[in-house]
Design a protein. Structure first.
Length: 217
């Protein structure tokens, strides 16, 4: 059985030794080296070519974020598992951007670490629950921000229905019959959607619909 080769990086000796001891209990994992800072980690990774690096964040000489960025760039075959006590958005997202494949909270490391190493060694990702919440919240916040910046997303479902029928060439009366509404109500929807889209003419409305892909040429 081929073992997953791991380099452990942490500036706290007791924590580093504890991580190594835990990983050595797993029959399918081999600890091939230890480093006390990011600079040592880069040098050792070049020599040892581990499958996975368990990386601390806050370290002297070079922190885990910079070491992760450089290692991902220069040695893309190595997977980075971040061992962290920081689960705030800034730390998590910046490390994902740097190339980290997984996060294990130091509070839960002894329950999750071996599983996390196996996951990312096989090309998957691993997030501790607290870190997963940060990622989901950040995504949802970003999605909400994107929606707010697009005026189309401010339209109600009924306004979108009216818009589609308008740009397809239907008259107010025809739309009223198709949607089982009064012509006055349809006119109200038309006024509202054009105001939200900041459009003042039917030609502009058609151009907008073409740009959004709501109708085909």
């Amino acid at each position: 059985m081929q073992k997953t080769r791991v380099l452990v990086v942490d500036d706290h000796t007791i924590m580093r030794e504890g991580i190594c001891a835990l990983l050595k209990l797993a029959t399918d994992i081999e600890v091939v080296g230890e480093a006390a800072n990011g600079r040592e980690a880069l040098d050792m990774a070049k020599q040892l070519t581990p499958d996975v690096v368990v990386m601390d964040i806050s370290m002297p000489v070079m922190d885990g974020r910079e070491a992760t960025r450089r290692m991902t760039k220069d040695m893309p075959g190595i997977k980075i598992l971040v061992l962290t006590q920081y689960d705030d958005k800034e730390h998590v997202l910046s490390l994902i951007e740097a190339g980290a494949c997984g996060f294990v909270s130091k509070k839960a490391a002894f329950e999750e670490l071996s599983s996390a190493v196996r996951c990312i060694a096989h090309g998957e990702s691993f997030l501790s629950p607290s870190v997963a919440k940060v990622v989901i919240d950040a995504y949802q916040y970003g999605a909400a921000s994107r929606d707010k910046s697009d005026p189309y997303e401010q339209l109600t479902d009924r306004e979108k229905d009216v818009l589609k029928l308008l740009v397809e060439g239907h008259s107010t009366q025809e739309i009223a019959e198709l949607l089982v509404l009064s012509p006055k109500t349809v006119a109200g929807y038309k006024t509202s959607l054009m105001s939200k889209l900041d459009i003042t003419s039917g030609i502009e409305l058609v151009k907008y619909a073409l740009k959004k892909g709501l109708i085909d040429v």
